[in-house]
Design a protein around this ligand. Structure first.
Ligand code: GTQ
Length: 376
């Protein structure tokens, strides 16, 4: 057993050299299901967060054909859900796309549906392409179009499908499965009838809760997630464009808006937050870093992001992740068109546990030195 790897020659840190006597002692401790803290202290208390995840760009033009191929290979009935999941090389053992977040691309043909189920994980979908997609959440049915964002909160019965007269749909799923499993709180139920009845008027959640800055007087809501389940692309993009006329945005994100629970103004779900940001034409962002794990999908435009010194060039529908505490900066490569980035993250967890920290890069004019170039 060698512990010298964990030595740090700094006052206040563990720095104990192995001796035959100590090594024998460590073995005795191991046999009693114990250990000497100083052999692990520097590892378990890093100076700052050290993410096991690596930055990854998933290019849609590379993935799309493989996602479509799964339609011929498995049925939604057999697979449960026909999804190709995003597997971060540093997080394979927990099937995470980054940190404690899961993500995957789900495909469905017209007339197909996945069985209704419920779980203690929180979930969301962001529609990428197709026509006729819908989600039903606790009896509330919502038709979905490209760039629409829909919640299937923890504990709700939910199912997804594509109408018979629609076109093949692909959407991105986002869930906190790895977090819920890390906390050993994962439950899963299949609906007894495999389908749930639609019990409310179609799109009633948008009709009731989706009017900007207006709250219905006669309807209460005390669930821990947003009563608005669907956030449509049209009004979201319009809000970003209007806000861009009224203010500057930030040097890191230009104009970023969080999707909110209209009752509280807070995040949409207890463990997952989401945002849409607009990078104006020619925007060159500065670098910052913060705790939390972030998964982006390019909803519009072309550009690149430098993440932990690596440049990743992205286009519409590409997905990339920013691990906790990794410096990142975003650039819109077009001088004429804006670019929009959808993002979901574990900010509600970081903030509610007082673990959110943020730091701007000050050197080099606020830009990272690019250590490796991504492919265009
Ligand atoms: O539809 O809730 O991609 O439970 C993975 C697990 C989607 C879902 C996934 C899930 C779901």
């Amino acid at each position: 057993m060698k512990h010298d790897n964990y030595r740090e020659d700094i006052a206040g840190r563990a720095d104990v050299a192995d001796t035959p006597e100590l090594v024998a002692y460590y073995q005795q401790l191991t046999a009693l299901n114990t250990g000497a803290l100083w052999t692990v202290a520097n590892k378990i208390e890093p100076w700052q967060p050290k993410s096991a995840s690596v930055p990854v760009l998933w290019r849609y033009r590379e993935l799309r054909e493989h996602v479509l191929r799964s339609v011929a290979l498995v049925t939604p009935e057999k697979a449960g859900r026909r999804v190709i999941y995003l597997n971060n090389p540093g997080r394979q053992e927990v099937a995470a796309a980054v940190g404690w977040l899961y993500s995957g691309l789900q495909v469905m043909h017209p007339g197909e549906a996945a069985s209704a189920h419920a779980h203690s994980a929180s979930a969301l979908r962001f529609i990428m392409e197709g026509r006729g997609a819908y989600t039903i959440v606790d009896g509330h049915k919502m038709p979905l179009e490209a760039n629409d964002f829909v919640l299937t909160p923890n504990g709700t019965w939910h199912e997804h499908g594509v109408e018979a007269d629609g076109a093949t749909c692909i959407w991105q799923d986002g869930l906190d499965i790895p977090l819920v499993n890390a906390l050993e709180a994962g439950f899963y139920k299949v609906h007894p009838d495999l389908r749930q009845p639609v019990t409310a008027p179609v799109d009633d959640s948008v009709a009731l809760w989706g009017a900007a800055a207006l709250r219905p007087h006669h309807v209460g809501w005390d669930k821990p997630y947003s009563p608005l389940f669907k956030y449509q692309w049209g009004p979201t993009y319009e809000a970003l464009c209007r806000a861009a006329q009224a203010c500057e945005g930030t040097p890191y994100d230009d104009l970023l808006m969080h999707y909110t629970n209209p009752v509280t103004g807070g995040h949409v779900m207890p463990t997952i937050g989401a945002s849409m940001q607009r990078l104006r034409p020619g925007f060159v962002g500065k670098a910052h870093r913060h705790t939390g794990s972030f998964i982006y999908q390019v909803a519009k435009g072309e550009g690149y992001s430098v993440i932990d010194g690596q440049r990743f060039d992205w286009r519409e529908r590409d997905i990339f992740c920013v691990p906790s505490w990794a410096f990142h900066e975003h650039v819109n490569l077009s001088q004429h068109d804006d670019a929009c980035l959808f993002c979901f993250n574990d900010l509600p967890v970081m903030q509610s546990l007082s673990l959110y920290y943020e730091d701007a890069l000050l050197e080099n004019g606020g830009h990272q030195v690019i250590l490796s170039e991504g492919k265009a």
